[in-house]
Design a protein around this ligand. Structure first.
Ligand SMILES: Cc1cc2nc3c(=O)[nH]c(=O)nc-3n(C[C@H](O)[C@H](O)[C@H](O)COP(=O)(O)OP(=O)(O)OC[C@H]3O[C@@H](n4cnc5c(N)ncnc54)[C@H](O)[C@@H]3O)c2cc1C
Length: 329
């Protein structure tokens, strides 16, 4: 029986949203391929994570708990995944295109002598040869490649925020504990110290106020920050995003960047302020539920994807919005 296996990721033992998206992708593949959909979970103290996963349409959860896997160690993870995949022999192994997936995917591909397609935005089954057709952007997002890979299992990393997270379902999930030979002897590179900087988790925001080159100066992002703050005060998670030139100019850090080489987002509301709407930006935000564009150029591309457009100097509009919201407080 064909098995579709996905790699679960956790943050402080909580399942990441990207894992719920992988479940959805796996579920769609399973409806064409048949077989079973399973999830591989590595770490320590994973009771809460297992409970979370059990709500989703998974046939099996393979659980590998070991104190050595408490923190992410690339060498140990690659060694564990290699053993697990060799034992389980899934037809497809899908990882998120996250730092973890990007680190372990290529190494796993070399060890298993199977081709990996990274950063996919779509997967489907070719009914003729029953291999997975992988769609991924190329040439800076100006084209998409449609590929098939050789080798078993088929290895794939999937871009975040492309599939909607799976909906919970009362499926009966079998939990299978894996026993693998793990030794810290395999660790060649150790993390000595981790310096945390508060990351802007754009993909978790309900509202994104995003600024482009048209903002004009670093200080003027204060207007966007203030608007986001006022929305946050109403209990709605709002964050400031930006286009790439803003990062290149050093006005904001790269975790604010939306787009092909930034974060893919799909918030309830995306406000594009002084952003022209280049394809590399649009691919990152076009799945937002409502898009508002504020731009002085009536012909800019952003208006083509926007639900509402304002042709005006952004300062006028933001000052007006801010004073309206302040008046409501
Ligand atoms: C390989 C590759 C990857 C890339 N990845 C990304 C990516 O991930 N994300 C990304 O954003 N870009 C990316 N880019 C860059 C992308 O091609 C565009 O150059 C970039 O998105 C343009 O940013 P912008 O819209 O802020 O700037 P511009 O195109 O310069 O647009 C500025 C806009 O501001 C408007 N404006 C000016 N003044 C005002 C005002 N006072 N009020 C209102 N509007 C005003 C102008 O009319 C204009 O439409 C990538 C490019 C390449 C080649």
């Amino acid at each position: 029986m064909d098995e579709i296996l996905i790699l679960a990721e956790t943050k402080e033992t909580q399942i990441e949203k990207s894992t719920h998206e992988l479940i959805q992708a796996g579920r769609e593949l399973k409806s064409a391929l048949g077989g079973i959909l399973s999830c591989l979970l590595l770490g320590e103290g994973m009771d809460g994570a297992v409970k979370d996963l059990e709500q989703y349409p998974l046939d099996r959860i393979y659980l590998l708990e070991n104190p050595l896997l408490k923190d992410f160690s690339p060498d140990l993870w690659v060694s564990s995944l290699e053993q697990a995949v060799r034992n389980l022999k899934p037809k497809v192994f899908i990882m998120a295109h996250s730092p973890t997936g990007r680190e372990v995917g290529p190494r796993l591909s070399a060890r298993l002598k199977s081709t990996l397609t990274t950063d996919c935005i779509g997967l489907r089954l070719d009914p003729e040869d029953r291999r997975i057709v992988r769609v991924k952007p190329i040439y800076g997002g100006n084209a998409v490649a449609v590929l098939k890979g050789k080798g078993n299992p088929e290895l794939i990393t999937l871009r975040k925020n492309v599939y909607s997270p799976a909906a919970p379902e009362g499926t009966k999930t079998e939990i299978i504990k894996l026993q693998l030979a793990l030794s810290d002897q395999v660790v060649k590179v150790k993390a000595l110290r981790t310096i945390f900087r508060e990351q802007v988790e754009l993909d978790k925001a309900e509202v994104i106020i995003s600024g482009g080159r048209g903002i004009g100066a670093k200080e003027d992002f204060q207007l966007l920050e203030r608007l986001a703050e006022l929305i946050n005060q109403r209990g709605i998670k709002a964050l400031v995003g930006c286009s790439r030139p803003v990062v290149d100019k050093g006005w904001l850090s790269s975790d604010h960047q939306v787009g092909l080489t930034g974060t893919m987002v799909a918030p309830g509301l995306y406000v594009a302020v002084g952003i022209s709407g280049a394809i590399q930006h649009l691919v990152g935000m076009v799945r937002s539920k409502k898009i508002v564009a504020i731009n002085t150029d009536p012909n800019c591309n952003m208006f083509k994807v926007a639900d509402y457009g304002v042709i005006e100097d952004y300062k006028e509009i933001l000052h007006h919005l801010i004073s309206k919201l302040e008046g409501l407080s």
